[in-house]
Design a protein around this ligand. Structure first.
Ligand code: NAD
Length: 276
């Protein structure tokens, strides 16, 4: 099963599974079971963050999953309050300790916090940790094109990934286009629109019916065929499996066009420019 899952090559030469498992809003004690189920279902990439408060449970779940550490792509994120050079080094140590591992595959700046003016120093600390071998790849989250450009201009390093809110009714084509131009992979957060009305959308339901798949599976397939990394979350074992069972069908060009037409600028989370 895992042999079939696609991987993307990042701009630093590392590769990462295109489909991963997100653990936001999963309690620390529940995360262990959820992550272990995900590994058993075939996922080899897990996305957590310091602010989720479940790095300990996530790390335990990875060990319980019984797959060698080197086969896992583990991402965590630096929280906003810890931005700055020295505070990033300290926050990273804490995350690593909670996760119970000696490196992470990818470390992301969670939000740019542009008014604070510290994301460049934060990224410099992450580059140092990368050079020390404790982070394989350095990336960002919720960065608008201007933030990405400023980071590259100041450090000469392009983040491997920009993880942004992205679902069929919020496609962020301007940010995606800019990421592509800078060789930054777009990673979709809340890819299922947090399980809200999007899952009842008639266009998606029609496409799902035609393929004998669920709406969630069609949405995940759309992310994959668009070229995004994608990290759906669930704590229900049947849905964890369902969300990984997306490698045995293909959306047609017409399906893809219909889904492209669903973009409605429907942002669920904060605007990165104004979150400070
Ligand atoms: P999501 O879009 O993955 O939706 C998850 C919800 O959808 C579940 O709680 C459940 O209610 C429902 N669901 C899941 N699978 C389903 C299925 N097969 N059928 C029906 N309903 C289903 O939302 P999310 O958790 O917000 O986003 C995914 C991940 O993205 C997070 O866990 C986290 O790792 C990451 N994330 C990152 C940021 C960031 O700022 N970088 C912000 C939000 C989320």
């Amino acid at each position: 099963m895992t042999a079939r899952q696609p991987r993307l090559t990042l701009n630093d030469g590392h590769t990462a599974p295109q489909l991963g498992f997100g653990v936001w809003q999963i309690d620390d004690n529940v995360a262990t079971e959820a992550v272990a189920s995900a590994i058993k279902a075939g996922y080899r990439s897990v996305d957590t963050a310091a602010i989720y408060g479940n790095e300990k449970g996530t790390g335990e779940g990875l060990r319980r999953g019984g797959v060698p550490r080197e086969e896992i792509f583990l991402t965590t994120k630096l929280w906003n309050a810890d931005q700055g050079f020295d505070s990033t080094l300290r926050a990273f140590d804490k995350s690593l300790k909670l996760l119970g591992t000696d490196y992470v595959d990818m470390y992301l700046i969670h939000w740019p916090m542009p008014a604070k003016g510290t994301y460049v120093d934060t990224f410099r600390a992450m580059i140092r940790l990368r050079d020390e071998g404790r982070i394989r790849s350095v990336g960002v989250s919720n960065f608008n094109p201007a933030h990405v450009d400023h980071l590259i201009a100041e450090t000469g390093v392009a983040p491997v990934v920009n993880q942004i809110e992205l679902h069929p009714d919020f496609q962020q084509n301007d940010v995606v286009k800019h990421n592509r131009a800078k060789n930054v992979v777009t990673e979709s957060w809340s890819p299922l629109g947090q399980g809200g009305d999007l899952l009842k959308n008639p266009t998606l339901s029609q496409i799902a019916g035609a393929h004998g798949k669920s709406v969630a599976q069609v949405i995940l397939r759309w992310h994959l065929q668009t070229g995004h990394m994608v990290i759906p979350k669930s704590q229900t074992p049947a849905r964890i499996e369902e969300n990984f069972d997306v490698f045995d069908f293909l959306l047609s060009t017409a399906d893809m066009q219909k889904i492209a037409g669903l973009d409605a600028g429907h942002r669920i989370g904060p605007n990165p420019d104004s979150l400070n």
